[in-house]
Design a protein around this ligand. Structure first.
Ligand code: WT7
Length: 650
């Protein structure tokens, strides 16, 4: 079969938007979507100019795009301020309306109107200035999911400091590496954050990291948990004390459209994390347009994206893309199952969000915890659901649709990456019929394509590599201080096209089915199989809660399929169950995908954003030592347990 990636998932169901939803939507029909898509494809610069005009500019751009492959600059010569676009411009009409509702894990909550949020942001911007932070400086933000994290980000944007948010679950080593790479001058942090009733200390990790980061001059600390921490004279100060005397007025810097707004580190397949950095104007224009159309945002919406603000999803769809549309956003500090698995649904009752956006891994956890925690809750405020982060298995999609959406809410499965700034492939919920497991069709102005090894386009139904043919405003500016790696990683594999690193295929209706990362592809007897599809079949077995499939070297077949599964409550691991799972997969997708091994585990090793770390599982499956960067792993003990088990089996 050569190098083709075979697609073996056969999902047939289609969900057409309801007339009620379509009628009120920004884009109301498939025909309207297609018309606008074609218009954007025919005259991209004209289309992107229109998207750019949705923002407020102090000075208009000279040209829409300066494309010096592979470097794109958007709205060149334009000047704007992101915090002005997210806050100031809404004050006149919406100053007293809700901008941010937040709930802490212990049950405390806070609400901010646009005016209140604006005041906090201006004050903190003045604090940063007083600390000596200037346009172009980098500021690291290492915080729990508390309003101050959002305020700090917006304050950086206001004064033109480039922020680098480091997820609050990372270790001191990860903080050190990111701070050093970005050359950060200050860090905003907290004493700690709440997670499952316990304090996760943050400041001690900052102290440990900073012993090796001489460039950091100032540390501002939010008092959240009142855990005992050390404060270093001259370097560290308390947020609440600094804010006391700060002026509530702060001039928004008029920044160049291509001024770097943020750096966000993402793991590569090997070693050192990549500092993906984004522009101000292009990024915000694209985040704003996609948020408006994909989440069908309206003035009365309350948008709840459960992602941590330390991921790109949090940047674009907790904060910037939502506030820039003048819509309220919702944040939660803690664990979704604390103090019990109904936590999130009780929060829906309390705060009445209208949109709920989460990851497939969370949905599978909800399924595992049981539908009884969702049923009986008043979820009538919800009108739209979304997913992001990995391919969603159709089982989970259907459960989400029925149990959380009560059959009423469209689901937008949004495909994108840290590098792409915002969603590229996703349904517009009033226009595009959905198929469980497909991210459906590209956003306006986006031209994806599936190509084979040689770069030739694949016909419908044939799996290949997902590329994007033209730049778009949300495209990263590059990898921080590593232009060469940017070129090599994304643009050299298929010359002149953006290579996303994902496998995918297009069906006869032009729908995109993402098959997962290319490095998650296994080759069994010359057939390249997307592991996600085998996992999807495993998870449709009634005893299985979650599954991860990897290849291990096999002298006969090239690679053998090893499946790691965690079971639903009440299920017992055993030989018979293993056989039953193998038979089930074989029945679902054919003998080629029949797992050679089934290994039972309590939990799968995941990154903090919920991605299964297949690299680690591959090492375990083949009995090798774990290599490379594991700083993003959520719970390392999982790997140790799996390894011990593997040892016992041999
Ligand atoms: C990778 C990007 C985008 C924010 C969260 C992750 C996978 C993402 C989907 C989806 C199938 C998806 C891809 C992509 N992915 N969304 N809807 N369907 N796969 O950001 O950490 O940069 O990861 O996540 O493999 O390349 P990220």
């Amino acid at each position: 079969m050569g190098q083709e990636i075979e697609s073996i998932l056969h999902e047939q169901r289609t969900f057409v938007p309801s007339a009620v939803f379509s009628k009120q939507a920004h884009v109301k029909s498939l025909a309207a979507y297609k018309r606008q898509y074609e218009r954007a494809a025919a005259e991209p610069e004209k289309y992107w100019a229109q998207i750019g005009r949705a923002l407020h500019w102090y000075q208009k751009w000279n040209h829409v795009l300066d494309w010096q492959p592979p470097f794109a600059k958007w709205y060149v010569g334009g000047k704007l301020n992101l915090s002005h676009n997210c806050l100031d411009r809404h004050l006149k009409d919406k100053g007293d309306r809700l901008a941010l509702v937040w709930e802490g894990e212990p049950g405390d909550f806070r609400r901010f109107t646009f005016r209140e949020l604006h005041t906090e942001v201006c004050k903190f911007a003045n604090v940063l200035k007083k600390q000596g932070i200037q346009v172009g400086d980098r500021v690291a933000i290492y915080m729990p999911m508390i309003p101050e994290a959002a305020i700090a980000m917006l304050a950086c944007a206001r004064i033109g400091a480039t922020h680098s948010v480091i997820f609050g679950g990372f270790s001191a080593t990860a903080v050190r590496d990111r701070v050093l790479d970005a050359g950060a001058k200050a860090i905003v942090t907290a004493d700690g954050g709440w997670r499952r009733g316990k304090i996760v200390p943050l400041k001690p990790a900052v102290d440990a990291a900073l012993s090796e980061c001489p460039g950091v001059e100032k540390v501002v600390v939010v008092r959240r948990c009142r855990n005992e921490i050390a404060m270093k004279d001259g370097r560290d100060s308390w947020w609440h004390q600094e804010m006391e005397g700060a002026s509530p007025e702060c001039f928004p810097e008029h920044l160049d459209s291509n001024h770097p707004l943020f750096i966000l580190y993402t793991s590569g397949t090997t070693g050192k994390p990549k500092g993906i950095y984004h522009s101000t104007g292009g990024y915000l224009a694209y985040a704003t347009a996609t948020a408006k159309n994909i989440f069908d945002l309206k003035a009365d919406d309350i948008h709840w994206c459960t992602a941590d603000i330390g991921w790109v999803t949090g940047h674009s769809y907790v904060l910037y893309g939502i506030l820039s549309n003048g819509v309220a956003t919702m944040m939660y500090e803690g664990a979704p199952d604390y103090p019990d698995p109904a936590r999130l649904w009780k929060m829906v009752e309390r705060h009445r969000p209208t949109i709920f956006y989460t990851a497939p891994t969370a949905i599978r956890a909800f399924i595992k915890w049981g539908a009884e925690h969702v049923r009986g809750r008043d979820l009538s405020s919800l009108r739209l659901l979304g997913t992001v982060g990995e391919p969603i298995n159709p089982e989970a999609w259907i459960w989400y649709h029925r149990t959380v959406g009560q059959g009423r809410c469209p689901i937008v499965d949004t495909w994108w990456q840290t590098e792409t700034g915002a969603a590229l492939i996703a349904p517009l919920p009033g226009a595009i019929p959905t198929k469980p497991g497909s991210a459906t069709l590209p956003f306006f102005g986006i031209e994806p394509e599936i190509v084979d090894e040689t770069g030739a386009p694949c016909p419908p139904g044939k799996g290949g590599y997902l590329v994007i043919k033209k730049p778009w405003p949300g495209l990263m500016l590059g990898i921080w201080r590593d232009g060469e790696r940017y070129k090599q990683t994304y643009w050299e594999r298929f010359s002149g096209k953006y290579f996303a690193g994902d496998g995918a295929h297009v069906d006869k209706d032009g729908y995109f089915w993402i098959m997962g990362r290319i490095d998650d592809v296994v080759n069994v007897a010359g057939h390249r199989l997307g592991t996600m599809e085998v996992e999807s079949a495993c998870v449709s077995h009634p005893a299985v809660a979650e599954a991860a499939v990897v290849g291990r070297p096999d002298s006969l077949k090239g690679q053998a399929l090893v499946t790691f599964v965690s079971l639903r409550p009440g299920q017992m691991p055993g030989k018979d169950l293993a056989e039953s799972i193998k038979a089930h997969v074989s029945k679902e997708i054919g003998a080629i995908a029949r797992p050679d091994d089934v290994r039972f585990t309590q939990a799968l090793p995941k990154t903090r954003s919920g991605k299964i770390m297949r690299r680690l599982l591959r090492d375990i499956a083949s009995g090798a030592e774990t290599q490379g960067d594991v700083t993003t792993l959520e719970d390392f003990s999982v790997v140790e347990k799996l390894r011990q088990q593997a040892g016992q089996e041999e």
